[in-house]
Ligand binder design. Structure first.
Ligand code: NI
Length: 156
């Protein structure tokens, strides 16, 4: 298990356009393992490469559904439909949430850890996670598109 430090909002690395993965080797598999370990340790539903300082197009997602852990290498959104509006947060800014409108159904084309292409469709939270994490690979954060910040009232 290798839990990495998560890069926080304000760090330039979260604003970079990441490079495609070209080699599907042990180094990638170790990165995927570290990313999953870090995501689960932080109790998040998704993590992108730049969030641990790796500027490569790699994403892990687990929204606790039948898909289990999803690994996306060089992912692209190829279809989307509908609309959902709701709270969204990011492991790079714990304790903050924004109100963000996203498509309700999203299909992604990506490569797996061996370089094989596949497609996956998600709805609801999974669709939101696809959009959020793939945005990270282009240096985009949810605060760029949120309608407003959601501030939780502290109990007196
Ligand atoms: Ni995020």
């Amino acid at each position: 298990m290798a839990v990495k430090e998560i890069v926080k909002f304000g760090d330039d690395r979260l604003r970079k356009v990441c490079h495609p993965v070209e080699k599907f080797n042990l180094r990638l598999w170790l990165l995927l393992r570290d990313m999953a370990d870090t995501m689960y340790d932080a109790e998040g539903v998704g993590l992108a490469g730049p969030q641990i300082g790796i500027l490569r197009r790699v994403v892990v997602i687990d929204v606790q559904d039948d898909n289990g852990l999803i690994e996306l290498i060089n992912p692209e959104i190829i279809a989307m439909e509908g609309e959902q509006a709701g709270p969204e947060g990011c492991l790079s800014k714990p304790g903050r949430q924004g109100f963000v409108t996203r498509p309700d159904k999203v299909t992604v084309r990506a490569q797996d850890r061996h370089g094989k292409f596949f497609e996956i469709t998600g709805e609801g939270l999974l669709a939101r996670a696809f959009c959020h994490e793939i945005d990270h690979l282009d240096g985009k954060l949810y605060i760029d598109i949120e309608d407003h910040e959601i501030v939780e009232e502290e109990e007196a």
